[in-house]
Design a protein around this ligand. Structure first.
Ligand code: ATP
Ligand code: MG
Length: 500
């Protein structure tokens, strides 16, 4: 154990509690932060009048700030460019400044276009002192083609399958996420207008538009990536473009390998899917909910008819018999919208064996739960929530939106009898994902839905390299649904639920 604490920042075990996050400590307001006007209270909420009261409390309670004196928030690193890459970036910028991009954009035939660009680049390089190899020259040409037909300076990131998110905060601040880690990249758009032109190109291709009268847009690219753009006056520092890529396919074996969950947890969850238990995967943004749902779906027997309902079709079910439905936003005139609830209702008339709702966000929760309670078991869905308990209260709120007349107790009974398993997945500080809890919903106790945890992840600390350290553990609880698994012909060894 001593060696573990040595591997952790701060050395002595007594400092570990200070790493466990704000909840473990007393609310401390760092005055240096508040004085800079970027005040964030200790529990992560923006500091307003609440912060003032916390400051009063902080003044009344003697508080020890255990952070080292020289504490500085960790900055997002800039991804370094090799000298050749830097050269290409410079060359590209100067070339773009000289080319008549508008004239090039009018050329529709891609072979003519690339020939024209090739000539222009050759011409330009003749006057340049820097020699380029043939491969580098091809690269520069390719980048200009991107400029004219694609996403401009961010196209290379878009083509790189190891990059999951591309986040553009105005023309000069561009971030990428690669393998769970965010870094800043040294490329930029020329100005707001250049960035706007690329945003316009992206959204107009999928039949959407963005301008001052509709300054926010959500769209999906043909490859499934999700795009959001928000522009001034709503975005204060220039247009913001967020591209969230369609995640790489990660089967359960890969998730076990990268430490997202253990083989025992996979055995349990796959049994639950086969035995048609209703499962909800809960987690924060980008925590891996959809990826886990996709991975678990392989256990749906090929003999079943599955209907999937999503806002942006991301699921890639391997079964043959799948009907994929997608919601539709309103058109420019504000009509024609089709929401998830409409699709769930329609799905019920399609003789589904299972209904999979990619993510429950609103009124569809009621219809989905009713479906689960009326013979459409084996449903899988995800929800944006921070704990299994939070997931239930989210669903509760969604149902209250859908039906103002249902009493709270009835709503909770509906939830308790429909849902059987809640899987909580989280994105750790080091970018890795962990299934932090698998819980069973057992029944109602009074007005409260009762749950019991079967597996959990216990975080122990963080290494000097920033890696999160922890263990998965069985809680010792043998789930009540074991009987359901048995009836479905699946018998799991009872020993897997014993704590180590
Ligand atoms: N277990 C995992 N290990 C490593 N990377 C993962 C894991 N799960 C997901 N990812 C990656 O994280 C990104 C987000 O994953 P995913 O879309 O599944 O998250 P999500 O929780 O559904 O996000 P959203 O809140 O946007 O719906 C993807 O790029 C995906 O490849
Ligand atoms: Mg998702």
């Amino acid at each position: 154990m001593a060696s573990l604490s040595e591997r952790l920042i701060g050395g002595p075990a007594s400092t570990l509690s200070s790493l466990a996050g704000p909840r473990s400590g007393v609310g401390v307001i760092d005055r240096s932060l508040t004085s800079e006007g970027s005040a964030v209270s200790a529990n992560g909420t923006a500091a307003g009048s609440g912060a003032a009261s916390m400051r009063r409390r902080a003044a009344a309670t003697p508080v020890v700030d255990r952070r080292p004196r020289s504490f500085t928030p960790r900055r997002i690193e800039v991804e370094p460019l090799s000298p050749v890459e830097q050269l290409k970036v410079d060359l590209h910028r100067r070339l773009v400044e000289r080319l008549d991009l508008e004239a090039l954009e009018r050329i529709e035939d891609p072979t003519v276009l690339s020939a024209q660009i090739r000539n222009a680049v050759a011409e330009f390089l003749r006057t340049e002192a820097t020699p380029l190899t043939q491969a580098e020259r091809e690269d520069v040409i390719e980048q200009i083609v991107y400029e004219v037909t694609g996403l401009g300076p961010i196209e290379p990131f878009f083509r790189d399958p190891t990059i999951s998110d591309i986040l553009v905060n105005g023309p000069r601040d561009i971030y990428i996420e690669r393998r769970g880690k965010l870094s800043r990249v040294p490329v930029s758009f020329r100005n707001d207008a250049h960035l706007m032109a690329i945003i316009d190109r992206i959204v107009s291709r999928v039949g959407r538009r963005v301008d001052e009268s509709s300054p926010m847009v959500d769209a999906r690219l043909p490859d499934g990536s999700r795009v959001n753009a928000i522009i001034p006056p709503l975005a204060l520092d220039g247009p913001i473009l967020s591209i969230r890529r369609f995640g790489a396919e990660l089967p359960l074996s890969a998730l076990v390998e990268n430490g997202t969950l253990t083989q025992e947890m996979v055995d349990l969850l796959s049994a639950c899917v086969q035995a048609r238990l209703n499962i909800m995967i809960s987690g924060g943004t980008g925590s891996g909910k959809t990826t886990l749902l996709n991975a678990l779906s392989v256990y749906i027997p090929a003999t079943e008819r599955v209907v999937t309902i999503e806002d942006a079709a991301e699921l890639r079910l391997q079964q043959e018999h799948v009907c994929r439905l997608e919601t539709r936003p309103p058109n420019a005139e504000g009509t024609g919208q089709v929401v998830a609830r409409d699709l769930v209702r329609n799905a019920l008339r399609m003789r589904p064996d299972r209904i999979i709702v990619g993510e429950v966000r609103g009124a569809e929760a009621l219809d989905m739960l009713q479906a689960m309670n009326t013979g459409h078991e084996g449903s899988l869905t995800t929800v944006h929530a921070n704990s299994p308990r939070d997931a239930l209260s989210r669903v509760e709120t969604m149902i209250q939106f859908a039906s103002t007349t249902l009493p709270l107790r009835a709503i909770r009974e509906q939830i308790a009898s429909a849902l059987e398993v809640v899987i909580q997945i989280a994105r750790m500080a080091d970018g890795s994902r962990r299934v932090v809890s698998i819980s069973e919903i057992t029944s109602m106790e009074g007005d409260v839905i009762s749950m019991q945890e079967i597996f959990r992840y216990r975080r122990r600390g963080i290494t000097e390299a920033g890696d999160v350290v922890g263990d998965f553990e069985a809680t010792g609880v043998r789930p009540l649904f074991m009987e359901r698994l048995h009836v479905a012909g699946i018998d799991l060894p009872g020993t897997m639920f014993l704590p180590e």
